[in-house]
Design a binder for this molecule. Structure first.
Ligand SMILES: Nc1ncnc2c1ncn2[C@@H]1O[C@H](COP(=O)(O)OP(=O)(O)O)[C@@H](O)[C@H]1O
Ligand SMILES: [Mg+2]
Length: 366
């Protein structure tokens, strides 16, 4: 069995989060380019079996952070520890990391197998061993039939697999992937996401995957680190990030969110849309965040913990659910996903009340 990090256990289901020091430990890590701070000092721990997505909009510092971990960019401040060793001062070739670059960077004059074996030949590994390792890895990415093909005779998706195999063959403890699927069309991208999950499951190890695509992050990773303006906004499981966003930015960047503006003073929240309720937290301007699937389209006589009067602006029947746009007091327009067998209103202009349970909302600072 090919294993990324022979000294760690295999992933046999949901990773447990007890014990063991983190495999990758970043402390106070930052990067400044002249006037521009690409990455603000940040701390992050990543476990040995994590598949982490670094998620954020273009320019937020994802590539810079990944390159610091891989040793391609020297940090301005901070330290990088891998498996208990400080690697901050080491070059890329001396770190137990390997990186798959966005443009693949394959050698056009070598065939598939030669590309994959390149790093091992550099290390002067005996030929028999190289052949065995390449054979194992080429099977893992399902390219065995194409071992002797030239790179220019491969599709984009196949080139992607070669790039992946070339990194995996080195058996890094940490595999770094910088938007590796960005150049592929949607279908191939989805297929490669499944492939990556399978490969991670088979060989274990730590994958750090950079993307600006929230659905890719949700679909791939068991942990998501949301970045914005060089900062980590929130780190957690996909469920934590989606169900309990800690900031307004996170709530809108991942999934669809309804935001109701309001104010909190002395623990009392007053929404511009009308309702008041008590909920402890920091005083000031706030927004209440509710996901569309947690809003209820209330039939006459029905009620809920939180209720707003509204007027339907748009109704779209989508098969699995009905999507309402509902205007409420204070100027907000709410998106409600209702069950198609419960449609209390059927056209724009009708009055409709909407409601939700308090445990389904989160309060973030405005
Ligand atoms: N070598 C560099 N020199 C100067 N500025 C850079 C360099 N690399 C990145 N930057 C800047 O740092 C910021 C973060 O870039 P990057 O890490 O590439 O973001 P992302 O990968 O999230 O799109 C951007 O403003 C970018 O222009
Ligand atoms: Mg980038």
């Amino acid at each position: 069995m090919l294993s990324l990090s022979p000294d760690t256990d295999r992933l046999d289901g949901a990773p447990s989060r007890d014990r063991q020091p983190p495999l990758l430990r970043l402390r106070g890590l930052s990067k400044v380019y002249g006037q521009l701070t690409a990455v603000q000092p940040l701390d992050l721990d990543i476990d040995s079996r994590d598949f982490v997505a670094m998620l954020g909009p273009s320019g937020c510092g994802k590539t810079t952070l990944l390159r610091m971990i891989g040793g391609f960019v020297a940090p301005t401040t901070g330290t990088i520890e891998i498996a208990g060793n400080d690697v901050t001062a080491l070059g890329p070739e001396r770190r137990p990391t390997n990186m798959v670059f966005q443009g693949y960077g394959l050698f056009p004059h070598m065939n598939v197998a030669q590309n994959i074996g390149y790093g091992l030949r550099l290390q002067k590994m005996p030929k028999g061993e190289i052949d065995a390792r390449v054979g194992e890895t080429i099977a893992l990415v399902q390219l065995a039939d194409l071992a002797n093909r030239g790179i220019d005779q491969l599709s984009g998706g196949q080139q992607q697999r070669v790039a992946l195999a070339r990194a995996l063959v080195m058996r890094p403890k940490v595999l770094l992937l910088d938007e590796p699927l960005a150049a592929l069309d949607l279908k191939l991208r989805q297929a490669m996401q499944e492939e990556l999950r399978r490969i991670h499951h088979e060989i274990g190890g730590t994958f750090v995957f950079v993307t600006h695509d929230q659905s890719e992050a949700l679909g791939l990773a068991n942990r998501i680190a949301v970045m914005r303006d060089g900062r980590l906004e929130q780190v957690g499981t996909a469920q934590e990030i989606y169900a309990s966003p800690e900031t307004r930015f996170v709530s809108t960047f991942i999934g669809e969110a309804n935001l109701l503006p309001g104010r909190r003073s002395n623990g009392t929240v007053i929404l511009a849309a009308g309702p008041q309720f008590s909920e402890a937290g920091v005083d000031g301007e706030i927004s209440v965040v509710v996901r569309p699937e947690n809003l209820l389209a209330l039939a006459p006589g029905e009620t809920a913990e939180m209720v707003l009067d509204g007027e339907v602006r748009d109704v779209v029947y989508l098969g699995s659910h009905v999507k309402y746009k509902v205007a409420v007091r204070g100027g907000s327009e709410m998106i409600v996903h209702a069950r198609p067998d419960r449609m209390p209103a059927s056209r724009a202009g009708e009055k409709m009340r909407i409601g939700w349970l308090r445990r389904h909302h989160r309060i973030v600072s405005a």
